[in-house]
Design a binder for this molecule. Structure first.
Ligand SMILES: C[S@@+](CC[C@H](N)C(=O)[O-])C[C@H]1O[C@@H](n2cnc3c(N)ncnc32)[C@H](O)[C@@H]1O
Length: 273
């Protein structure tokens, strides 16, 4: 048990360092490309004025910044993330947008820093697959949602249907294994067990899929933007091998612009009354 606890602690420290390191490139290169996913989350959230929203794994705050104006007057958005660097950028963006109904708290899905039944709508865009103890996270989501409260998460499909996961998993083959299993961009490609965990916690949910896409002008820009999620801790030799393999796999016809087509799963549900 102590071993399990310390492995999870190591896992969380590792996960936090990955996202702290990714924060600048995320704001510069990823936010705009993930906009279709964010819009799909917002559409499914069906927000109304006065609602209390929690954005779990807010990153640079894209979902929260879209949600905040939709719950005015009276509503608020609480942004939660394990990465202090991500939260700093999200906070800066909210202040630049002059949104005064958004607050920020460091924390994770396994112990969400919010009161019982405090939340009308819980949003988790592209973050649940990085949560180390998803069963605990499902219980936490149910704890903070009010009865009938809404749950919307987005997660990628597997590498055969989702180019971003294909790139990141191909790169990961050359990296040291993560300190914890079952986390990473494709970890919820099959969401069945997470749906069971949500159900056991008291949230009825189903999966809706959409194809979303974004473009890169060439291989180098895609590699520099996306590889850090799984390729951060490689030696220079591992990195070179990973780079060459990703290029051969995803650019078989040589360098040039490429559209990434990503099957995206939206886990949508409500807390049982
Ligand atoms: C791919 S980014 C998604 C950011 C944002 N939601 C978006 O859609 O652009 C994943 C985010 O999940 C956060 N994250 C990772 N593990 C987490 C956990 N256990 N609890 C909460 N957030 C976590 C990361 O720090 C990162 O900001």
């Amino acid at each position: 048990m102590a071993d399990e606890g310390s492995r999870r602690g190591d896992g969380l420290a590792w996960q936090t360092s990955v996202w702290d390191r990714m924060s600048d490139v995320y704001l510069r290169e990823i936010d705009e490309r993930f906009r279709p996913v964010v819009e799909n989350v917002i559409a499914r959230a069906a927000l109304n004025p006065g609602q209390q929203v929690l954005d779990l794994g807010t990153g640079t705050g894209s979902v929260a910044l879209r949600a905040a104006p939709l719950v005015i007057p009276g509503g608020r958005v609480l942004c939660v993330d394990i990465s202090a660097e991500m939260l700093k950028l999200a906070e800066r963006r909210a202040s630049e947008a002059r949104l005064d109904n958004v607050t920020f708290r460091e924390g994770g899905g396994e112990a969400i820093p919010a009161e019982d039944k405090s939340t009308d709508v819980l949003l988790a865009s592209l973050s649940m697959m990085y949560v180390i103890d998803r069963s605990a996270a499902a219980r936490e989501c149910a704890r903070i949602l009010r009865p009938d409260g809404r749950f919307v998460a987005s997660v990628w499909a597997g590498p055969d249907h989702c180019d971003i996961v294909r790139l990141q998993q191909t790169a990961a083959r050359f990296a040291p294994p993560p300190p914890v299993p079952n986390v990473g961009p494709g970890a919820l490609a099959d969401p069945t067990s997470f749906l069971v965990q949500l159900d056991e916690a008291g949230i009825d949910a189903r999966v809706e899929t959409e194809s979303t896409s974004f473009d890169f002008p060439d291989f180098a820009s895609a590699w520099d933007t996306l590889a850090g999620v799984t390729a951060g801790q490689m030696t220079p030799e591992q990195r070179e091998e990973a780079r060459a393999t990703v290029f051969a796999t995803l650019w078989p016809e040589g360098d040039g612009p490429r559209r990434f087509v990503n099957l995206t799963q939206f886990i949508v549900g409500n807390k049982r009354r």
